[in-house]
Design a protein around this ligand. Structure first.
Ligand SMILES: Nc1ncnc2c1ncn2[C@@H]1O[C@H](COP(=O)(O)OP(=O)(O)OP(=O)(O)O)[C@@H](O)[C@H]1O
Ligand SMILES: [Mg+2]
Length: 372
């Protein structure tokens, strides 16, 4: 690089549209840009540039001003009017250097105006700067989406169980003398179930948002699979008892993974919670572990309602928040498995779903064993 300030190369694999009619200029620009490995697309007049931009959705457009058919200003205005292209940054490249020309470029919606002949390093720096802005803007959009989903879930799903807790505890407080012991136990159990589900949802939400916003602290350590499994089963003891489901920890002893404890705990918690939720009374849930040549595998199997192929395909879809009621009417948010997948991936592992309707589900976590 010519500049003392090193910039990351954001051009690699980005699609850049060059709108230019002069073959020599295309040649020159192409040879400069190619060192940064973008995908280059060329349009030889303004009208073609607009069409290519709509069809190909480039990340950035380098736009000449004087072109046949439609000039660069007009093409830029058209792009800014079109909902599918208005977000694409347009940088003018022109020999016209009068202030009016430059201002006209910005007025047409351009983000920058570079005069020809240009200095190579400056051209590159400006392109990189606008790509950086693009990346930042996309990150911000993603954060806002996450925040909206977060608030949506809080507003929607955190509210109802609280009504249950507040309602029952108030009733008990006011009528303690008249309530029979059996009845009291039922109320307390209902409060417990609500508070437990609430607590779990809150944990998921907080971890998920921390992960999304990058404020998650991530420390990998050697973790004993069977100790973690027994902690999780202990946590769900009461829920399993109430639902009459047996939890079987069949993890082999002295088997370890190298991962972040909080994250793996969150994953196991979600998987056990799902297994409990989607299994009717009288069945069992098994946690198994195994070592293969290069991996350590942990699986959680239930004999519950299972999933259709279509459901399996959809559970990880970005914009869907799929959820259904459990066999005892338990409510969810459709956040759990997505969180699991992200957390396992962050720990270099993979998550596999095997399930058949009315037969049960097995979720397997596969971790590499060569990092231990
Ligand atoms: N063990 C399972 N058996 C049957 N279906 C399951 C099982 N685990 C997950 N599913 C299906 O996948 C969906 C998504 O699971 P996920 O854990 O992401 O959400 P949820 O359990 O509905 O809500 P949340 O975990 O956020 O409280 C569930 O609603 C359910 O339809
Ligand atoms: Mg779940």
């Amino acid at each position: 690089m010519h500049s003392p300030f090193r910039m990351d190369n954001l051009m690699e694999n980005r699609k850049i549209l060059i709108a230019e009619d002069n073959p020599n200029n295309i040649q020159l620009l192409g040879s400069i840009l190619r060192q940064y490995k973008p995908q280059i697309v060329v349009a030889r007049d303004g009208r073609k540039a607009v069409k290519s931009a709509i069809d190909l959705q480039p990340d950035l457009i380098l736009m000449d001003v004087n072109m046949p058919e439609m000039d660069g200003y007009e093409a830029c205005r058209k792009l800014k009017e079109h909902p599918e292209t208005q977000h694409i940054p347009v940088l003018f490249l022109s020999a016209r250097s009068a202030t009016d020309d430059i201002v006209a470029g910005f007025a047409a919606g351009g983000v920058d105006y570079i005069q020809k002949p240009y200095i190579e390093a400056e051209l590159i720096a400006r392109i990189q700067t606008h790509l950086k802005l693009l990346v930042n803007r996309n990150n911000l959009k993603e954060l806002i989406r996450t925040k909206d989903r977060f608030f949506g879930i809080i507003a929607h799903d955190l509210k109802n169980p609280f009504l249950n807790i507040v309602g029952y505890s108030e009733y008990i407080q006011e009528n303690l003398e008249q309530i029979e012991k059996q009845e009291l136990l039922r109320y307390i159990n209902s409060i417990f179930q609500s508070a437990f589900a609430q607590n779990r949802l809150l944990d998921n939400l907080l971890e998920w948002s921390a992960f999304q916003t990058g404020s998650f602290t991530f420390t990998r350590e050697k973790l004993s699979v069977d100790e973690m499994a027994s902690d999780i089963f202990q946590l769900y003891r009461q829920v399993a008892l109430t639902k009459q489901i047996r939890l079987l920890n069949l993890a082999v002893e002295k088997l370890y993974i190298w991962a972040d404890k909080n994250m793996v705990n969150t994953v196991l918690r979600n998987l056990v919670s799902n297994a409990l939720k989607f299994t009717p009374a009288g069945h069992e849930i098994r946690l198994l572990s195994a070592r293969t040549k290069n991996t350590i595998e942990i699986s959680i199997s239930d004999q519950g309602v299972g999933m259709s192929e279509e459901l399996i395909r959809k559970i990880f879809a970005e914009d869907l928040q799929l959820t259904r009621y459990g066999t005892a009417g338990e409510k969810g948010t459709g956040l759990g498995l997505k969180l699991c997948k992200e957390f396992i991936r962050a720990n270099q592992g993979t998550l596999r779903v095997q399930s058949a309707e009315s037969q049960g589900t097995t979720i397997t976590l596969v971790f590499p064993s060569d990092n231990l």
